[in-house]
Design a protein around this ligand. Structure first.
Ligand SMILES: NC(=O)c1ccc[n+]([C@@H]2O[C@H](COP(=O)([O-])OP(=O)(O)OC[C@H]3O[C@@H](n4cnc5c(N)ncnc54)[C@H](OP(=O)(O)O)[C@@H]3O)[C@@H](O)[C@H]2O)c1
Length: 289
């Protein structure tokens, strides 16, 4: 157990941060605490009313905070490109947004929704913002994953999950992809000698909209922590000086061990190549053959 709390966040004046899905749940207190400590924060959300309401809430809690709304729909690669094109400086990218356990649907580009949003949308966003991250000393990418990845496998022959779609395993698969991406990004950055830290988190069971729609909510709700408590792992991963690239931080800030598949360099490289192909986003600055 560590004594770290969001009050331990160092002064972030001069740092620019983006938190995806910061209009609700774990993302909102993540954005709020980064702003409280002086960062300029973009609340990246797909719904303008919800995004602007979150900005207003943050400004009420932290008068004078440098926080703004940016329109981003991760289930639409054109939207991801438009959003990224409007960013001028970036030190910290928190890939937090997520969709979970929904009936089978597809993104605008025709990818299975959970994989397309949680993984491919964030993969594309990170790649498009990579030049800005590499220009910022000590830049970080935090991917909010989940221990739900441990139940998942990745069938490259059925990425659209057209055979036997299940909500939970599709969610777990998207979170497995978040971890494979985190570790491969770290390896590539390291090989290229880039000053970029890529880490993942598992926030633990948190009472957000994620659970509100579920049939288990009345039972599970009793055991869920607040969104602010759920944000602690993201905030630690985003700001602690004790962190090393490639770590997977759990709810009590302990380093967690990802599944064997999540640690596979071979699977990660295959997923990376496929994600490049599917999104058309290349990470040329840290490419290797
Ligand atoms: N809650 C938990 O127990 C738990 C546990 C482990 C991991 N996680 C992870 O934590 C992260 C945050 O989830 P949460 O629990 O805070 O759930 P949440 O309250 O449902 O928040 C999810 C956020 O993602 C946004 N989002 C969904 N699809 C999007 C899209 N296409 N484009 C842009 N934003 C989109 C949502 O926007 P809208 O408001 O417009 O829907 C919302 O702001 C997720 O990655 C989740 O997998 C959560």
């Amino acid at each position: 157990m560590t004594s770290w709390t969001p009050a331990s966040i160092p002064d972030l004046t001069g740092k620019a941060a983006i938190v995806t899905g910061a209009n609700s749940g774990i993302g909102k207190p993540t954005a709020l605490e980064l702003a409280r400590h002086g960062a300029r924060v973009v609340v990246a959300a797909r719904n303008a009313d919800k995004g602007r309401a979150a900005v207003a809430d943050i400004l009420r809690a932290v008068p004078g905070a440098q926080v703004e709304y940016g329109h981003l729909d991760l289930a639409d690669l054109d939207s991801v490109r438009r959003f990224a094109a409007g960013v001028g400086k970036l030190d910290l990218l928190v890939n937090n947004a997520g969709v979970g356990m929904v009936p089978r649907q597809e993104t605008k580009d025709g990818f299975e929704l959970q994989f397309g949003t949680n993984h491919l949308g964030h993969f594309a966003l990170t790649g498009l913002l990579l030049p800005l991250l590499l220009a910022a000393p000590g830049a970080r990418v935090v991917n909010v994953a989940s221990d739900a990845h441990k139940m998942a496998t990745l069938d490259f022959d059925d990425l659209g999950l057209e055979r036997g779609y299940r909500k939970m395993s599709s969610y777990g698969r998207s979170k497995l992809a978040n971890l494979l991406f985190t570790f491969e990004l770290q390896r590539r950055a390291q090989r290229a000698g880039a000053d970029l830290t890529s880490v993942a988190t598992h926030p633990g069971m948190t009472g957000t909209n994620f659970f509100k729609a579920g049939i288990l909510q009345p039972v599970v709700g009793l055991f869920l922590k607040s969104a602010a408590a759920g944000a602690v792992s993201s905030l630690y991963a985003a700001t602690s000086p004790d962190l090393r690239g490639g770590e997977y931080i759990g709810p009590t800030l302990k380093r967690l061990t990802p599944s064997r598949t999540a640690r596979s360099e071979e699977v990660a490289k295959r997923l990376w190549d496929l994600s490049t192909q599917l999104t058309g986003v290349r990470f040329d600055e840290i490419a290797y053959s």
